[in-house]
Design a binder for this molecule. Structure first.
Ligand SMILES: [Zn+2]
Length: 232
């Protein structure tokens, strides 16, 4: 920003408008300086050490209210990936055991029937399972506390190093005749462990929690809602 240094024009009334604009320029300069000073405060602090692969913590209780980590992740995916948010919550009397009933699983709606849908899902999985700059495999999935992902007849489990394995829902005897939803061909399912669901794993530091895991802000906008028939 260029500031005019002249201070010799205070005597004439004609100078008043220019004086005002100079004052405005100074004010803007001060504001710019404040913003520049404040900016580092918004930069993300270095992340804590990466977690190992999440332990399997299956749903054991009925607590379907969307948990903050799941809500935050859904909103993040919505900003970043093609596809649309599905459900987080599920009523406890619908279907079998599911982390949806603890509000720590989320469904991301994409279709395996279209090329674009398959590309979108691949993009999400690649993001989750990418190796970070320190050579840590499946870095985001580990930092998020992902227990498993189900997509298109395959399950990617933390306890399997996220290597894809064939998936057949307990509600189906075989793939043939199994619904697109139970086969997870119309959505990607992501289950978080308890800490991830609460937004207390390292991925959330600087986003949802501070360095010691304290929640720093509310989670805006309910993304949840009761998930339909999606199981898994
Ligand atoms: Zn699901």
């Amino acid at each position: 920003m260029h500031l005019h240094a002249s201070t010799h024009d205070h005597r004439t009334t004609a100078a008043a408008p220019r004086r005002r604009s100079r004052h405005l320029l100074r004010l803007l300069a001060v504001l710019a300086a404040l913003v520049a000073t404040a900016a580092p405060a918004f930069a993300r602090a270095p992340l804590p050490p990466i977690e190992g692969y999440a332990q399997y913590q299956p749903q054991t209780r009925c607590s379907p209210k969307p948990k903050p980590g799941a809500v935050y992740l859904m909103q993040y995916l919505d900003r970043r990936f093609p596809g649309t948010p599905g459900g987080i919550s599920r009523a406890c009397d619908v279907g079998g055991r599911s982390e949806h009933k603890e509000g720590r699983a989320l469904d991301w709606m994409v279709s395996a029937r279209t090329h674009a849908g398959r590309v979108a899902a691949r993009e999400l999985l690649d993001w989750l399972f990418a190796t970070d700059g320190h050579g840590e495999q499946d870095a985001r999935a580990r930092r998020l506390g992902v227990m498993y992902v189900i997509w298109n007849d395959r399950i990617y489990s933390s306890y399997d190093g996220f290597r894809p394995q064939p998936y057949l829902n307990a509600g189906c005897k075989q793939l043939k005749g199994c619904s697109p939803t139970l086969r997870h061909r119309d959505h990607v399912h992501i289950s978080l462990d308890v800490a991830g669901g609460m937004g207390r794993t390292s991925w959330f530091v600087g986003r949802l929690t501070d360095a010691v895991g304290g929640v720093v802000g509310g989670v805006g906008g309910a993304v949840g809602g009761i998930g339909g028939a999606a199981i898994g």
